[in-house]
Design a protein around this ligand. Structure first.
Ligand SMILES: [Fe+2]
Length: 210
Protein backbone atom coordinates (compact mmCIF):
# COMPACT_ATOMS: atom_id res chain seq x y z
CA UNK A 1 0.00 0.00 0.00
CA UNK A 2 1.22 3.48 -0.74
CA UNK A 3 0.33 6.68 1.06
CA UNK A 4 0.33 9.71 -1.21
CA UNK A 5 1.80 12.99 -0.06
CA UNK A 6 0.51 15.91 -2.09
CA UNK A 7 3.91 17.56 -2.34
CA UNK A 8 6.83 17.07 -4.70
CA UNK A 9 10.07 15.66 -3.25
CA UNK A 10 11.83 18.68 -4.79
CA UNK A 11 10.01 21.87 -5.89
CA UNK A 12 9.59 22.67 -9.60
CA UNK A 13 9.08 26.35 -10.46
CA UNK A 14 9.88 27.02 -14.11
CA UNK A 15 9.35 30.64 -15.10
CA UNK A 16 9.74 30.30 -18.89
CA UNK A 17 7.77 27.68 -20.84
CA UNK A 18 10.05 26.03 -23.43
CA UNK A 19 8.57 23.08 -25.37
CA UNK A 20 11.90 22.43 -27.11
CA UNK A 21 13.37 21.38 -23.74
CA UNK A 22 10.34 19.26 -22.85
CA UNK A 23 10.86 17.32 -26.06
CA UNK A 24 13.93 15.52 -24.67
CA UNK A 25 13.42 15.84 -20.91
CA UNK A 26 10.33 13.62 -21.34
CA UNK A 27 12.73 10.70 -21.80
CA UNK A 28 13.35 10.68 -18.04
CA UNK A 29 9.59 10.18 -17.62
CA UNK A 30 8.99 7.30 -20.04
CA UNK A 31 12.34 6.66 -21.70
CA UNK A 32 14.62 3.59 -21.53
CA UNK A 33 16.46 4.84 -18.42
CA UNK A 34 13.70 7.03 -17.04
CA UNK A 35 11.95 7.17 -13.70
CA UNK A 36 8.92 5.06 -14.67
CA UNK A 37 11.26 2.26 -15.75
CA UNK A 38 13.27 2.62 -12.53
CA UNK A 39 10.26 2.46 -10.22
CA UNK A 40 8.71 -0.56 -11.95
CA UNK A 41 12.05 -2.38 -12.14
CA UNK A 42 12.66 -2.13 -8.38
CA UNK A 43 9.03 -2.53 -7.28
CA UNK A 44 8.87 -5.75 -9.36
CA UNK A 45 12.27 -7.16 -8.38
CA UNK A 46 11.51 -6.89 -4.66
CA UNK A 47 9.13 -9.86 -4.64
CA UNK A 48 11.81 -12.46 -5.35
CA UNK A 49 14.55 -10.79 -3.29
CA UNK A 50 15.23 -13.23 -0.44
CA UNK A 51 16.83 -10.94 2.15
CA UNK A 52 14.54 -8.53 4.06
CA UNK A 53 17.10 -5.68 3.96
CA UNK A 54 17.34 -5.91 0.17
CA UNK A 55 13.60 -6.23 -0.27
CA UNK A 56 13.30 -3.07 1.85
CA UNK A 57 16.00 -1.32 -0.21
CA UNK A 58 14.18 -2.07 -3.48
CA UNK A 59 10.85 -0.91 -2.05
CA UNK A 60 12.39 2.25 -0.64
CA UNK A 61 14.18 3.26 -3.85
CA UNK A 62 11.28 2.09 -6.08
CA UNK A 63 8.87 4.37 -4.23
CA UNK A 64 11.30 7.30 -4.38
CA UNK A 65 11.52 6.78 -8.17
CA UNK A 66 7.73 7.17 -8.36
CA UNK A 67 8.24 10.54 -6.72
CA UNK A 68 10.92 11.38 -9.31
CA UNK A 69 8.54 10.41 -12.10
CA UNK A 70 6.14 12.98 -10.69
CA UNK A 71 8.90 15.62 -10.66
CA UNK A 72 9.87 14.97 -14.31
CA UNK A 73 6.20 15.04 -15.37
CA UNK A 74 5.83 18.40 -13.61
CA UNK A 75 8.88 19.78 -15.46
CA UNK A 76 7.42 18.65 -18.80
CA UNK A 77 4.02 20.10 -17.92
CA UNK A 78 5.43 23.48 -16.86
CA UNK A 79 7.61 23.69 -19.98
CA UNK A 80 4.63 23.01 -22.28
CA UNK A 81 1.92 25.00 -20.55
CA UNK A 82 0.22 27.74 -22.59
CA UNK A 83 1.84 26.85 -25.94
CA UNK A 84 0.60 28.55 -29.09
CA UNK A 85 0.53 26.68 -32.42
CA UNK A 86 3.58 28.74 -33.39
CA UNK A 87 5.45 27.62 -30.24
CA UNK A 88 4.68 23.99 -31.09
CA UNK A 89 6.00 24.39 -34.64
CA UNK A 90 9.10 26.32 -33.57
CA UNK A 91 9.99 23.58 -31.07
CA UNK A 92 9.45 20.82 -33.65
CA UNK A 93 6.84 19.31 -31.36
CA UNK A 94 4.14 18.88 -34.01
CA UNK A 95 4.01 15.06 -34.01
CA UNK A 96 3.79 14.91 -30.20
CA UNK A 97 1.17 17.68 -30.15
CA UNK A 98 -1.02 15.94 -32.71
CA UNK A 99 -1.01 12.72 -30.66
CA UNK A 100 -1.14 14.10 -27.10
CA UNK A 101 -1.81 17.88 -27.26
CA UNK A 102 -0.07 19.15 -24.09
CA UNK A 103 -0.66 15.96 -22.12
CA UNK A 104 2.32 14.26 -20.46
CA UNK A 105 2.83 10.89 -22.15
CA UNK A 106 5.54 8.35 -21.16
CA UNK A 107 7.87 8.11 -24.14
CA UNK A 108 11.54 8.18 -25.14
CA UNK A 109 13.11 11.40 -26.42
CA UNK A 110 12.93 9.70 -29.84
CA UNK A 111 9.15 9.26 -29.55
CA UNK A 112 9.01 5.50 -28.86
CA UNK A 113 6.35 4.82 -26.20
CA UNK A 114 7.48 3.50 -22.81
CA UNK A 115 8.08 -0.24 -22.89
CA UNK A 116 8.75 -2.84 -20.19
CA UNK A 117 11.33 -4.30 -22.61
CA UNK A 118 13.79 -1.72 -21.27
CA UNK A 119 13.77 -3.18 -17.75
CA UNK A 120 14.91 -6.53 -16.38
CA UNK A 121 13.57 -8.67 -13.55
CA UNK A 122 15.70 -11.82 -13.49
CA UNK A 123 14.82 -13.22 -10.06
CA UNK A 124 18.49 -13.68 -9.15
CA UNK A 125 20.00 -11.62 -6.33
CA UNK A 126 23.32 -10.77 -7.99
CA UNK A 127 21.93 -10.32 -11.50
CA UNK A 128 19.17 -7.98 -10.35
CA UNK A 129 21.43 -5.86 -8.15
CA UNK A 130 24.01 -5.44 -10.91
CA UNK A 131 21.21 -4.51 -13.33
CA UNK A 132 20.08 -1.88 -10.81
CA UNK A 133 23.56 -0.40 -10.43
CA UNK A 134 23.91 -0.15 -14.21
CA UNK A 135 20.41 1.38 -14.46
CA UNK A 136 21.35 4.10 -11.98
CA UNK A 137 24.46 4.95 -13.99
CA UNK A 138 22.43 5.07 -17.21
CA UNK A 139 19.93 7.43 -15.56
CA UNK A 140 22.81 9.58 -14.28
CA UNK A 141 24.33 9.75 -17.78
CA UNK A 142 20.97 10.78 -19.23
CA UNK A 143 20.67 13.59 -16.69
CA UNK A 144 24.23 14.66 -17.58
CA UNK A 145 23.22 14.76 -21.24
CA UNK A 146 20.12 16.81 -20.41
CA UNK A 147 22.31 19.29 -18.52
CA UNK A 148 24.51 19.57 -21.61
CA UNK A 149 21.47 20.47 -23.72
CA UNK A 150 19.60 22.79 -21.33
CA UNK A 151 20.53 26.32 -20.29
CA UNK A 152 17.45 27.06 -18.18
CA UNK A 153 18.57 27.50 -14.54
CA UNK A 154 15.10 26.64 -13.16
CA UNK A 155 15.15 23.33 -15.04
CA UNK A 156 18.80 22.53 -14.37
CA UNK A 157 18.44 23.04 -10.61
CA UNK A 158 15.85 20.23 -10.48
CA UNK A 159 17.77 18.02 -12.93
CA UNK A 160 20.87 18.32 -10.72
CA UNK A 161 18.86 17.19 -7.70
CA UNK A 162 17.57 14.13 -9.63
CA UNK A 163 21.09 13.37 -10.89
CA UNK A 164 22.43 13.39 -7.32
CA UNK A 165 19.74 10.93 -6.26
CA UNK A 166 20.86 8.50 -8.99
CA UNK A 167 24.37 8.56 -7.53
CA UNK A 168 23.01 7.89 -4.03
CA UNK A 169 20.92 5.00 -5.38
CA UNK A 170 23.95 3.55 -7.16
CA UNK A 171 25.87 3.63 -3.87
CA UNK A 172 23.01 2.07 -1.93
CA UNK A 173 22.67 -0.77 -4.46
CA UNK A 174 26.44 -1.22 -4.21
CA UNK A 175 26.08 -1.67 -0.43
CA UNK A 176 23.23 -4.08 -1.11
CA UNK A 177 25.44 -6.11 -3.43
CA UNK A 178 28.17 -6.27 -0.77
CA UNK A 179 25.63 -7.40 1.83
CA UNK A 180 24.29 -10.07 -0.55
CA UNK A 181 27.73 -11.43 -1.41
CA UNK A 182 28.66 -11.62 2.28
CA UNK A 183 25.66 -13.81 2.88
CA UNK A 184 26.34 -16.14 0.02
CA UNK A 185 28.95 -18.80 -0.44
CA UNK A 186 31.95 -16.71 -1.53
CA UNK A 187 33.15 -19.46 -3.88
CA UNK A 188 29.88 -19.64 -5.78
CA UNK A 189 28.37 -16.17 -5.63
CA UNK A 190 27.61 -16.05 -9.32
CA UNK A 191 26.00 -19.48 -9.43
CA UNK A 192 23.93 -19.64 -6.28
CA UNK A 193 20.58 -18.04 -5.65
CA UNK A 194 19.49 -18.62 -2.03
CA UNK A 195 15.81 -18.69 -3.02
CA UNK A 196 16.55 -21.42 -5.56
CA UNK A 197 18.67 -23.32 -3.05
CA UNK A 198 15.87 -23.24 -0.49
CA UNK A 199 13.53 -24.61 -3.09
CA UNK A 200 16.01 -27.34 -4.02
CA UNK A 201 16.42 -28.29 -0.33
CA UNK A 202 12.66 -28.67 0.01
CA UNK A 203 12.45 -30.78 -3.15
CA UNK A 204 15.30 -33.01 -1.98
CA UNK A 205 13.64 -33.49 1.42
CA UNK A 206 10.35 -34.36 -0.22
CA UNK A 207 12.06 -36.88 -2.47
CA UNK A 208 13.84 -38.36 0.53
CA UNK A 209 10.60 -39.05 2.34
CA UNK A 210 8.80 -40.76 -0.53
FE1 LIG B 1 17.40 6.23 -9.14
Amino acid sequence: MFIYEKKLQYPVRIKNPNPALAKFIITQYGGPDGELAASLRYLSQRFSMPYPELKGLLTDIGVEELGHMEIVATIVHQLTRSMSEEDVKRAGLETYFVDHTAGVYPQFASGTPWTAATIAVKGDVITDLIEDMAAEQKARTTYDNILRMSDDPDVNDVIRFLREREIVHFQRFGEGLRLATERMDQKNIYAINPAFDRQRAVTTTEKGTT
